[in-house]
Every structure is written in C-alpha cells, then in structure tokens.
Design a protein around this ligand. Structure first.
Ligand SMILES: *Cc1c(COP(=O)(O)O)cnc(C)c1O
Ligand SMILES: [Zn+2]
Length: 382
C-alpha cells in the first residue's frame, strides 16, 4: 500500500536479541522468542491535530499504522475533576469506550494493523475485557476472531465475546493454562495478544496523549494505574516518553502501578528488589482483570515505574470493595479491577506520598455493569 509520507516510519525491535524486523510482515514476536517493541519517531503536528475531532485517532502521526482506522467511534474520554479531594484529582473515564474498557484503545490500533496486513483471522486469549475488545473490533473489520477463555470465566464476561461473533474456545484449568494453549495455537497464525503483540500498546499509549491534550498540554504529577500484564501502565509510559522526546513536556509523571495483595508479583518484585518474579500462590481476588501471576513484560513494567520515580502498591480485598462502593455512591460505577487504583490513592495520601499540591490522574479502566451483581445486597430493600 502507499504510505502517507506524513505518517511515521516504524521498525519492530526485539527486546532480547535487539534484532530488527519489518513491520509490514505479520510477525508478533522475534524468531528468538523475544518480545517485540515498535521503534518509531512520533510526530505531533499540533495545528493539524487540534482541528480533528477529539479522540485517539487525532494523534495519527504518532501511531505506526497506515490504513483506514478500524473504529467504533472512540470518544475522547472525559477527564473528570473531583472537587472535594484534598489534592487535585482527575479521573480519566476510560470505561466509556465502545466495549466498556480502555482495552479498546489497543484493539482499534491493533485491528487497524491487522487489516493493513491483509489478514483474515486473529487469535487472542483473555477472560474478559481484552477478549471483548478484540472481538468487537474484529467484528467491525470483518475479520474472524478466535478467543481462548478459561472454562471457569463468568458468563457475564464471556457472553459479549460470543455476541460479537468471535469463536469462543473454553480451556479447562487456570488463566495461565488458557494462555499456554493459545500461545501454542498462535505459532502458526497471527496472535492479536494484548500481551505479546506490540501494536496493542501502541494503542494504549494514546491515553497519555489525551491526558496531556485535556490538561492544556501539561503533564500531571502522578498517574495511578491498575497493573496485570501492564498494557495500560506501559502505554502511559510510552505515551509520555513520546511527548518528552518531542519536546512537548519537560518531565514524566510519576507512575504508580497497583495490584491486589492476593496476586501481586510485580509489587513483591519491586519492593523486595528481587530481579525476577516471585513464585506465587495467588489467591482469589475481586480484581480478576489483573490477577496475572506471570506478566510477560514484567521487566519493562518495573523499569517504567523506577525511571519515573513512581512506586508499586498492593491493596487488600476490603480496600478494593470500599473504594468500589465509595465511587459508585458518587456516580461512578466501575469494575473492582479499576477500583484498586483509587484504593491505592487512599494509602498514598495517608502515607504522605502524595501532597496537597499534587495533580493526580487516575484512569477508570472498566465499566461496572458486568460485575455489579457481586455487590448486590439482598438483605435490604422491599
Ligand atoms: C486489562 C485491565 C486492566 C489492566 O491492564 P493490564 O494491561 O493487564 O495491566 C485494568 N483494568 C481493567 C478493567 C482491565 O480490563
Ligand atoms: Zn530476538
């Protein structure tokens, strides 16, 4: 295809052996087995960008894809000011995406890439929002999607994937068993994995561009994000790095990654400076979207947190529940996986880590309707 010369050139680079690969080929990992990242020089031609409709496709020159966007009408999500917090608190309401979570940022860019590659089928594994996002955008693109899910995943989470028309494959066993089976199957096809495929994080990085845009081209002091595989955290880091490299901001925000204590490999590796992931015996958590015991990109995640002078925080099940109920009572119904970040903010405030003059952005990652039933109190009411 002919590439618009205003769009950035990109190359895929392996994190392990540093070899480079042509992104016009359908490759999702290095032949050596390593993870790939997109290397590119993003551009921000602001006069052209600012007259486009708000939303993530406004930043085209900073995205390494060239085809017509596979879009479901992604909004520029609100940056909602919380006026009664003891610091400046802004909630980035990313649950307003078409399939109900920030994962649509990754899916719209990844499926645009898949379409550009001329592929007719993709494969993904996920118990929830990533599967729904890939299924929705594949449906929009007319591309067939096969989504591997744990057989134990709750119907409310997998029903949307089926309704979007994806082939659901239920895998007995744990979440990692599902990833294992999908990973095997993906060897001969294109793996639209939000974890492995570098074009997914190319999409999630747009959250940083929007925050910067909505703050009048400024950077917040802190961004606090739930972390499982790290596609949100790495997207934030990458997006702000791009803005820094382009000279549009002078410093990075401090990035805080939050996990549930019940499954907190990254928090443990960070706090105890382990240099590897601990062997875990994860317990059940309400925050099922981030219950990942072996995040593949763990080194990148810890590097991003360290480099921005951020930190990693674990929160308890009681704290998660309290945060979810508190914010629902203020009109924001989110998933428990999203509430972990707001629970951590309470701890950071009480510890004196965040100060009254700080400006803090918390992405609200997923909508609460699918999980609200777990919190229904049947002891009161008519
Ligand atoms: C996927 C997800 C996260 C965390 O994303 P990772 O990329 O796994 O770190 C947070 N919140 C919700 C609602 C999610 O679906
Ligand atoms: Zn390699």
């Amino acid at each position: 295809m002919t590439v618009d010369p205003s769009l950035p050139k990109a190359i895929l680079q392996c994190q392990a052996c540093l070899s480079q690969h042509d992104p016009s080929q359908p490759i999702w990992r290095c032949p050596c087995g390593g993870l790939l990242d997109v290397e590119m020089e993003p551009r921000f031609p602001w006069p052209a960008m600012q007259v486009r409709p708000p939303g993530l496709w406004r930043y085209r020159e900073a995205l390494p894809v060239y085809g017509q966007p596979v879009s479901l009408g992604e909004p520029q999500t609100p940056l909602l000011e919380v006026t009664d917090a003891p610091f400046q608190l802004l909630l980035k309401v990313d649950y307003l995406f078409p399939s109900g979570s920030f994962k649509d940022r990754g899916a719209t860019v990844l499926l645009t890439k898949v379409k550009e590659l001329g592929l007719s089928a993709v494969l993904e594994d996920s118990s929830g929002n990533a599967g729904a996002a890939i299924a929705a955008y594949a449906a929009r693109a007319g591309i067939s999607a096969t989504i591997y899910v744990p057989a134990s995943a709750p119907p409310a989470k997998i029903a949307p994937i089926q309704l979007y028309g994806a082939n659901l494959v239920r895998v007995p066993g744990s979440r990692s068993d599902t990833s294992q089976v999908a990973w095997q199957e993906a060897q001969g096809t294109y793996y639209a994995s939000h974890v492995w495929n570098p074009f997914f994080v190319e999409g999630t990085k747009t959250i940083a561009f929007e925050i910067w845009d909505q703050l009048g081209q400024q950077v917040p002091d802190w961004v606090i994000a739930p972390v499982g595989h790290g596609t949100l955290l790495l997207g934030l880091y990458r997006g702000f790095r791009h803005l820094l490299a382009a000279g549009l901001i002078q410093r990075l925000p401090r990035i805080v990654g939050v996990q549930a204590s019940a499954c907190s490999p990254l928090v443990q590796a960070f706090q105890r400076n382990l240099g590897q992931l601990p062997e875990l015996h994860p317990e059940e958590t309400q925050a099922d979207g981030i219950a990942i015991s072996h995040p593949v990109r763990w080194q990148q995640i810890l590097r991003a947190v360290t480099e921005t002078a951020g930190t990693m925080v674990a929160v308890t099940e009681v704290e998660i529940r309290q945060a979810l109920l508190y914010w629902a009572g203020r009109g924001l119904l989110m998933e428990p996986t999203s509430a972990v970040a707001l629970a951590a903010l309470v701890d950071l405030w009480e510890a004196g880590t965040v100060r009254p003059s700080d400006r803090i952005v918390v992405p609200i990652t997923g909508a609460g309707a699918k999980t609200a039933g777990r919190y229904l109190d049947t002891t009161t009411g008519p």
